[in-house]
Design a protein around this ligand. Structure first.
Ligand code: PLP
Length: 368
């Protein structure tokens, strides 16, 4: 399918209507990506949950609701958003750390499935009358390497199993890590995870999180979702076919459905570098600040011949307001439009009030 996001003319016309800066999405791309991700798995009981931290916009959530997808949320605000978008409570999993008593009460009242992060959280959940719950395992400790701060290690999980009746542990969750470009790098952790799950015959579900990477640098070596789905489906064969497999991608599902548009506002040379400023900032397009190692590809919305290396910066005084390091036309001009690709995930959802930037417009091409 040809995305409207790849057509410079269409994007330039859209920018005339929305103004800049703007996030432009193509919901057809999202729907197609959803189908690709779903088709990659072959297990008897499978459910795809979109990780809303990647992009909780109501248009995206409503499309997912229509397509019968679910949601992974980690805040009560996002829980409200997905319910309002029409995603039913039995297709939602709440996975976070440090839940407050109020949050737990809300999940219990709303019958929302939860994956808990510590033994203390489990005690609090049970004291509040919560029923069977899921446990998040720490990804690093599964393969005896340093992991992130989340979840149980093996010793804590063993201690928990001695403390609570086995049938209360209804699910196991893991999040292997972020932005993997090769499924083989995820598999050692997932193999260990499924081995632990295979030792728990009472489990109702396993949740393998997300982590599917995006080829931001356009190397052509994107994540092979079919190979991944095939491997995971085989690992699921270690479990009873009744065990539901939840997969909750954020980035891999949504990134390609959005671009960020900004207009050039200044060009200058300083100590041998060409700086191109535009009507944006890392405050409203924050991924480059958090992940300078995987910057977005930037495309000028007009035909170009010769290109030069430039640094694209925001229109602020923040020295780290660097949006891209890329090639742009030699004759780049004030007023030129730039499209930052793969901006559908972890971009608008990370925007902040820092630096006083106006909220970008957003625009959605509907399903074709
Ligand atoms: C619990 C959980 N699930 C899923 C995701 C989505 O991950 P990704 O965007 O890497 O697919 C995240 C992201 O932080 C997460 O914390």
């Amino acid at each position: 399918m040809k995305s409207r996001l790849t057509c410079n003319e269409t994007l330039a016309q859209t920018a005339e209507k929305t103004g800049t800066p703007a996030y432009i999405y193509d919901l057809s791309v999202l729907r197609q990506q959803l189908a690709v991700f779903r088709n990659a798995f072959e297990v008897p009981r499978f459910s795809l949950l979109f990780a809303t931290m990647a992009n909780p916009s109501s248009q995206i959530l409503e499309l997912l609701a229509v397509e019968q997808a679910g949601a992974c949320v980690n805040s009560t605000l996002h829980l409200d958003l997905v319910l309002a978008a029409g995603i039913p409570s039995d297709r939602i999993q709440f996975t976070a750390s440090g839940l407050s008593v109020d949050q737990m009460r809300r999940l219990i009242d709303g019958q929302i499935s939860v994956n808990l992060d510590s033994r203390r959280q489990v005690s609090q959940w049970l004291a509040l009358g919560g029923g069977p719950f899921g446990v998040r395992l720490n990804a690093g400790s599964l393969t005896e390497r340093l992991g992130d701060r989340l979840g149980f290690d093996q010793a804590e999980f063993d201690a928990l199993r001695n403390e609570v009746p086995g049938n209360l542990v209804a699910g196991l969750h893991v999040y292997v890590g972020t932005n993997f470009l090769d499924p083989r790098d995820m598999l050692p952790t997932l193999r260990c995870f499924f081995q632990v799950a295979a030792g728990l015959p009472q489990l109702r579900y396993v949740n393998i999180g997300g982590g599917i990477g995006v080829d931001y640098n356009n190397t052509g070596l994107g994540f092979d979702i079919n190979a991944f789905g095939n491997e995971v489906s085989q690992l699921h064969g270690l479990l009873s076919p009744d065990v539901m497999l939840f997969f909750e991608p954020g980035r891999g599902l949504a990134a390609s459905s959005g671009v960020f548009l900004s207009r050039v506002t200044d060009i200058k040379r300083l100590q041998g570098t060409t700086f191109v400023a535009c009507d944006a900032s890392i405050a409203i397009f924050p991924r480059p600040l958090h992940h300078p190692e995987s910057l977005h590809r930037v495309r000028p919305l007009r035909d170009v011949d010769h290109q030069i290396d430039v640094v694209v910066v925001g229109r602020t005084t923040f020295s780290r307001d660097i949006l891209a390091r890329c090639k742009l036309p030699l004759d780049i001009e004030v007023g030129d439009l730039l499209a930052f690709e793969n901006a559908g995930a972890y971009c608008n959802s990370m925007a902040s009030h820092f630096l006083g930037q106006p909220t970008p417009a957003d625009f959605y091409f509907p399903i074709e």
